[in-house]
Ligand binder design. Sequence first.
Ligand code: HEC
Ligand code: HEC
Ligand code: HEC
Ligand code: HEC
Ligand code: HEC
Ligand code: HEC
Ligand code: HEC
Ligand code: HEC
Ligand code: HEC
Ligand code: HEC
Ligand code: HEC
Length: 548
Amino acid sequence: MTRLHHLAAAVFVLTAATASASIVDTVHNLSTSGPGTIKAVSEDRVCVFCHTPHNASAAAQLWNRADPAGPHTPYTSSTMNAAPGQPTGSSRLCLSCHDGTIALGATLTEDAIAMAGGVTTMPPGTANLGTGLHDDHPVSFIYDPALAIADGQLADPAGLTGEVRLDAAGELQCTSCHDPHDDTYGDFLVLPPTDDALCSTCHDRTGWTGATHNLAFPGAPSPNACANCHDPHTAGGSARLTSSNVEELVCLTCHYSSGIATDIDSEVAKPSSHPVSLAMGVHDPNEALPVAQLHVECVDCHNPHAANGAAAPPPFVDGPLEGVRGVDGDGSAVVEATYEYEVCYKCHADSPGVPGPASPRQIVQNNTRLEFDPGNPSFHPIEAPGANGNVPSLLAGWTTASVIGCTDCHNNNEGPMAGGAGPNGPHGSSYANLLGWNYRTSSGAESAGAFELCYRCHSQTSILNDDSFPHHYRHIVEERASCNMCHDPHGVSASQGDNVNHSHLINFDLTYVQPELISGDIIFEDRGNERGSCTLRCHGENHRDESY
Ligand code: HEC
Ligand code: HEC
Ligand code: HEC
Ligand code: HEC
Ligand code: HEC
Ligand code: HEC
Ligand code: HEC
Ligand code: HEC
Ligand code: HEC
Ligand code: HEC
Ligand code: HEC
């Protein structure tokens, strides 16, 4: 017997047995006995709306419906490996009602079956998917081991032998997720909508097992953890089926002041912040790195499938940054950032349009990767321990062998590192330049609070005691200078400075430091351990080779 004959036989058997028993109580029973609002005026046969044992559509298996003409817009995205075309197989049958183009009662064997209330095609609403399938889970493509390998985060299709199945041609169809005869779990789903069971049968997201989002949250919008951010149908952000086309809103629906998760919405609204609402539709998970067009989204720094609460010492990424792409110290893209700075270098290094220097400096460098390069004459130790083995001001907990994170300086001013109760991370700060601690860059009275940032790690007592530079006290207290007038908080690139003129993070702020009157020079010269000289003009005083 052919497959058609098998099916014909089965339809007759099942009419009186299992299929009828389950389908009659569902909205797919469009006959007069159906439970839904959409049903026939007088037709009392259940199966006829979809099947007929005779004169069925030549296009498909015993179907009693015209083939939807389409064309349908298939799902597409920059990350998809498969390239679905027009719907095939049984998906076409579903669409003969669910794309809203063919009257529900229009069958091949009967004249138009009249529907109650004058309903013809599928009424507007979520059940009417339209012909645009760009915002629906992709269907009608072959899901074979080659695809699983190409995608890298898919289960082996050979394992799909349970409720979740491919069709006889090995294609993923509507029926991979739905059984049109059985509504046990609601929405005709083949598995209960709890946790991530349905989605994870096929998707094996890296990091998901230990991810914080892999939870059935109390008060979460969906019992399906994946569906908290993804909509399998009519998704707001069509590419990748995210709940909104406004990237940050996918996250802020929970991460806001009255949401069920840590409030980041209020953070990004602070005076200095990562402007997640700056751009829309620019971020792409496959974008070339370093980033070519200025933007920043939550998912540039977080992988929602892998983020977790693990802690690691600098320079390593903490759990919240796990599984994020990066750019390493050489400027090359890395699939998964190991170090925190690699996440920042995606945008604050070789990208065009990166924020310029906050203060006008003798040596200008917007590329933080070049500022922190361990080959530099001086640099704060981000990638590797610093260049100076003699830093007497370091407080307990810090040594010249320490490495620190960008977030040791750029962070939430009310976050846990600053002694507050707000969330950790460089989302927003009340202080300029997204600094987590106060740092006065203008002239003014010295105090622990004025240079709170530097005094986190450098002893105020040691600095003002002149333990290293013998004129620290004089400049900082008596002349009311900021650290910023002499020191560059990042570093000086080896391509621009050398270890005679730019050791000790010396890179003057030109707002305050002017050329020496006669030579027109601005020069710092290192003359050995705690010895040096300056040629410049500052606070109204001319220094001509003034040495210490
Ligand atoms: C709303 C449309 C719809 C209705 C109504 C419907 N079916 Fe189906 N049926 C389908 C679709 C679609 C398939 C193809 C499923 C697949 O390919 O996995 C199918 C397949 C079948 C099959 C083949 C099973 C298989 O796995 O290949 C049988 C048997 C069947 N239907 C019986 C019935 C019976 C009996 C009724 C009435 C009690 C009925 N159906 C009502 C849509 C419907
Ligand atoms: C003969 C027309 C017809 C066909 C063919 C059809 N459906 Fe439906 N479907 C309906 C109607 C009518 C509803 C109820 C819509 C409403 O109440 O707004 C419905 C509802 C649904 C729902 C929502 C259930 C709920 O509880 O709200 C899902 C899911 C669904 N169909 C999936 C499918 C799939 C998958 C196929 C193909 C395998 C399919 N349908 C084929 C007519 C059809
Ligand atoms: C990858 C799994 C998957 C595939 C493939 C799939 N759906 Fe769904 N569908 C779902 C889930 C899950 C829901 C539950 C509601 C939700 O979360 O949006 C759903 C809900 C629906 C609904 C109810 C309306 C709504 O948006 O909630 C309809 C109708 C529907 N699907 C039809 C189809 C049709 C027709 C196809 C094929 C073109 C299809 N589905 C393919 C998973 C899928
Ligand atoms: C039957 C297996 C199967 C199930 C179940 C399934 N998917 Fe998929 N999904 C796939 C395959 C295969 C692809 C295509 C992947 C590719 O080509 O790279 C895909 C694609 C996607 C895409 C688009 C990927 C991109 O790069 O654009 C998203 C988003 C997605 N699925 C989410 C879900 C969610 C959410 C669920 C649960 C509601 C789900 N899937 C259930 C197999 C499945
Ligand atoms: C907390 C929100 C969130 C949760 C939960 C979530 N995702 Fe995602 N997912 C996203 C966002 C946002 C993107 C797009 C990332 C980007 O643009 O960089 C995405 C992208 C994807 C992609 C396509 C990207 C690619 O690289 O292939 C797939 C497939 C996917 N998710 C599947 C799933 C599945 C399956 C689950 C559940 C096991 C899930 N997601 C849970 C937010 C989430
Ligand atoms: C369904 C609600 C929900 C959505 C949507 C959501 N989150 Fe979360 N997220 C949570 C909950 C709950 C936690 C754990 C408690 C907390 O930290 O607020 C969490 C924690 C986190 C953490 C910290 C992980 C840890 O354990 O320390 C990060 C990072 C994160 N989310 C990023 C995102 C990003 C990025 C998005 C958007 C792509 C997003 N979230 C969308 C609910 C959500
Ligand atoms: C995807 C790109 C991107 C990534 C990744 C990124 N940033 Fe940013 N950052 C931006 C954008 C865009 C701005 C706003 C620039 C503007 O306002 O002109 C910004 C602003 C800043 C500012 C404030 C500058 C100012 O002028 O006020 C600091 C500090 C900063 N980022 C530090 C970091 C740190 C630390 C990291 C790593 C944890 C990081 N950024 C990762 C894009 C990014
Ligand atoms: C020791 C503290 C410290 C560390 C560590 C640090 N920064 Fe900064 N950063 C500052 C200060 C202070 C400013 C403001 C400088 C000024 O006002 O001249 C600043 C300014 C910035 C700016 C604004 C533009 C500019 O260059 O002035 C960006 C962007 C930035 N930092 C990114 C980073 C990134 C990315 C990292 C890690 C790779 C990092 N910072 C590490 C202290 C630090
Ligand atoms: C999170 C801790 C931390 C913070 C905050 C910090 N520093 Fe440092 N700083 C260090 C460490 C560690 C070293 C040692 C590096 C080395 O051995 O070269 C260092 C070294 C220095 C040096 C000596 C560099 C050299 O090559 O001689 C100067 C100057 C300096 N810091 C100034 C500052 C200023 C100014 C601030 C405030 C804007 C600041 N630091 C904030 C940790 C910090
Ligand atoms: C520029 C990079 C960047 C951007 C953009 C960004 N984050 Fe973060 N986020 C971080 C860093 C860094 C941390 C701290 C990680 C750590 O623990 O060291 C963090 C921490 C978090 C935490 C955990 C806070 C805590 O105290 O446990 C949550 C939740 C979070 N981010 C959510 C978001 C959401 C939602 C968005 C978008 C509105 C977002 N982030 C945007 C870098 C970023
Ligand atoms: C007038 C310029 C000037 C100002 C203002 C200044 N410094 Fe310095 N600082 C120097 C010079 C020059 C050295 C190098 C001394 C040497 O030869 O070792 C130095 C060395 C240092 C060192 C490395 C040695 C040590 O003491 O641990 C630190 C740290 C430091 N300064 C921090 C600060 C901080 C913090 C401030 C602001 C509160 C500040 N400096 C203000 C010029 C300045």
